[in-house]
Design a protein around this ligand. Structure first.
Ligand SMILES: [Zn+2]
Length: 190
């Protein structure tokens, strides 16, 4: 066992850092989802993690605020799901613990419906809208467990004024999950 660490660092993969160097505006759900699905595919191709990606956009003008890819295996950290990464980097960029500030309303776009942890993080993050691609069933088919997420969980978010849109470019998003499974990718819950 190593010594007790006093801080941790959470770098994005190099290829994603390069992708994000150019400012980007994407103006509708499909364009944003297409970008996120591309990142989820790239994360497998580059060998930097599982088949999941997410990004935070400013609602008003579609500015890409931050993006994340699943980094559980790369950084040996069970909480580093794509959504958590995207939310943490967005809040770091805005210098705020809530995305209801910093110059507008923000949305989280994720390549797959969030697991229990990420749905919780979405609730606390201050995003006003959640847009999902692949479904829980698609993730489970690839061997991933989404944990205790229920219809009531989504209803709870909507009661807290977080709009939820599911199934955007589902087939394309699910194809990345299927590819991961077929190529022998590791499912790493638990
Ligand atoms: Zn998650």
């Amino acid at each position: 066992m190593n010594q007790l660490p006093f801080f941790i660092t959470i770098p994005l993969p190099d290829w994603l850092t390069e992708r994000l160097a150019v400012p980007m505006h994407l103006h509708d759900d499909e364009a944003r989802m297409r970008f996120v699905i591309e990142l989820s595919r790239e994360n497998i191709v580059c060998g930097t993690g599982g088949p999941f990606a997410a990004a935070v956009f400013r609602a008003a003008d579609g500015m890409l605020v931050a993006a994340g890819v699943n980094s559980v295996l790369r950084l040996e950290n069970a909480v580093l799901h794509a959504e958590v990464m995207a939310l943490m980097f967005a809040q770091a960029r805005l210098g705020s613990h809530t995305l209801r500030t910093g110059g507008g309303i923000h949305e989280l776009v994720t390549s797959c419906e969030p697991c229990a942890m990420c749905l919780g993080a979405t609730l606390w993050s201050g995003v006003a809208r959640l847009v999902c691609g692949a479904t829980r069933e698609d993730a489970e088919r690839a061997g991933f467990d989404e944990g205790p997420v229920f219809a009531a969980s989504y209803a709870y978010l909507e009661q807290r004024s977080i709009a939820v849109v599911r199934g955007v470019l589902r087939a394309e998003a699910a194809a990345v999950l299927d590819h991961y499974r077929e190529s022998g990718g590791v499912a790493y819950n638990g």
